[in-house]
Design a protein around this ligand. Structure first.
Ligand SMILES: Nc1nc2c(ncn2[C@@H]2O[C@H](COP(=O)(O)OP(=O)(O)OP(=O)(O)O)[C@@H](O)[C@H]2O)c(=O)[nH]1
Ligand SMILES: [Mg+2]
Ligand SMILES: [Zn+2]
Length: 315
């Protein structure tokens, strides 16, 4: 049967070196691309990414050619490791980030959690926080973390992909949404996906490799439709999270609890670092703002660059 010149709309579910798997209504096609699109460099923002909605020319029941990327409604980006000036788009057209932290093996990383939340606030993506491997620790030891973030408005779940604890609750927060699983290597992203959707086939680190750091079992971003409705995007674990297109002066806006206090700061451009009469620092002292969150604010601020317009203004 010839499909020549038949066009179809689909979603990119996987990408490997210039080849894409595109899920259309009733077919999943292996696609290349043609002409102008093909000539784009790898990290060009218009390069095809997992999550993209595309128009394909159907060549056979198995093959197609991508002709057009439809406009993106959202994206998740970070800086290319070691290159602060280069954007790496992880996935597109997502509704929410599921930030997965393990409480042990690897240990909980408070700073990384806040970095992910900054990205979600900047890009106006909802966040769900998942503290996985709760079977390896005492839940009480992480209750304070849970309370801190629940108070802020974020959904927080304790889960165990090993025992199944909390999986139902986590799954119900993913229904009918496009959710991207993010976090360090080995925290259990693929394991949680497998538990939520037992039919999928994903690689999970061997038990013997459990405690080895930087194992990187998942090697490429992949999107999976889930039977309760919606999609889950599994991603490879990261070593460090570079904040793309986020400059030091705007950082304070992404620590959402600061908004309740800053109107009381003595200076209206207060950065809440060492200014006199700072209401945010007062709230940290009185315990109204978590001092761990505030420490992360100071550390991340120190890591970030000034915005280009500030550099010009200073000359
Ligand atoms: N005890 C315990 N082990 C878990 C849990 N979740 C995952 N693991 C184990 O942790 C290891 C890593 O799990 P993966 O699902 O491969 O981790 P990942 O986050 O997908 O890692 P990358 O693909 O490398 O980014 C595996 O050996 C899992 O069996 C959990 O809730 N409890
Ligand atoms: Mg994985
Ligand atoms: Zn202040």
């Amino acid at each position: 049967m010839s499909h020549h010149h038949i066009k179809s709309q689909g979603k990119v579910i996987k990408s490997t070196r210039g080849h894409y798997l595109v899920k259309c209504a009733d077919l999943t096609l292996k696609c290349g691309m043609r002409g102008k699109i093909a000539a784009l460099p790898q990290e060009d923002p218009t390069t095809i990414k997992v999550g993209d909605d595309v128009i394909v020319e159907v060549i056979s029941d198995e093959e197609g050619v991508i002709q057009k990327i439809l406009p993106r409604r959202s994206k998740l980006s970070r800086s290319v490791e070691g290159k602060a000036y280069q954007e790496h788009i992880i996935a597109t057209n997502i509704d929410q980030m599921v930030i997965i932290m393990s409480v042990m093996q690897p240990p909980f990383k408070w700073g990384l959690l806040d970095r992910y939340l900054i990205i979600s606030e900047k890009n106006k993506l909802k966040s769900v926080i998942c503290l996985n491997k709760i079977d390896l620790a005492e839940a009480e030891d992480f209750q304070e973390v849970k309370n801190t973030y629940k108070k802020l408005k974020y959904d927080v779940y304790f889960t165990s992909a090993e025992t199944g604890y909390g999986i139902q609750d986590l799954a119900s927060s993913l229904r009918d949404k496009v959710s991207v699983l993010v976090g360090h290597s080995g925290v259990g992203k693929s394991s949680l996906l497998q538990k939520i959707e037992p039919n999928v086939s994903v690689k999970i680190a061997e038990i013997s490799e459990k405690t080895r750091k930087g194992k990187h079992t998942t090697s490429s971003v992949e999107l999976f439709p889930i039977s309760i409705g919606g999609y889950i995007i599994d991603t490879p674990g990261i070593r460090e999270l570079g904040l793309w297109d986020i400059y030091r002066n705007e950082l304070r806006h992404y620590f959402i609890e600061f908004q309740y206090f800053y109107s009381e700061c003595q200076f209206n451009d207060c950065l809440h670092l060492n200014e006199p009469g700072c209401a945010v620092m007062k709230a940290v002292e009185s315990g109204e703002i978590s001092s761990d969150r505030y420490k992360n604010y100071q550390n991340i601020y120190a890591d970030l660059r000034a915005a280009p317009y500030e550099l010009i203004r200073r000359r």
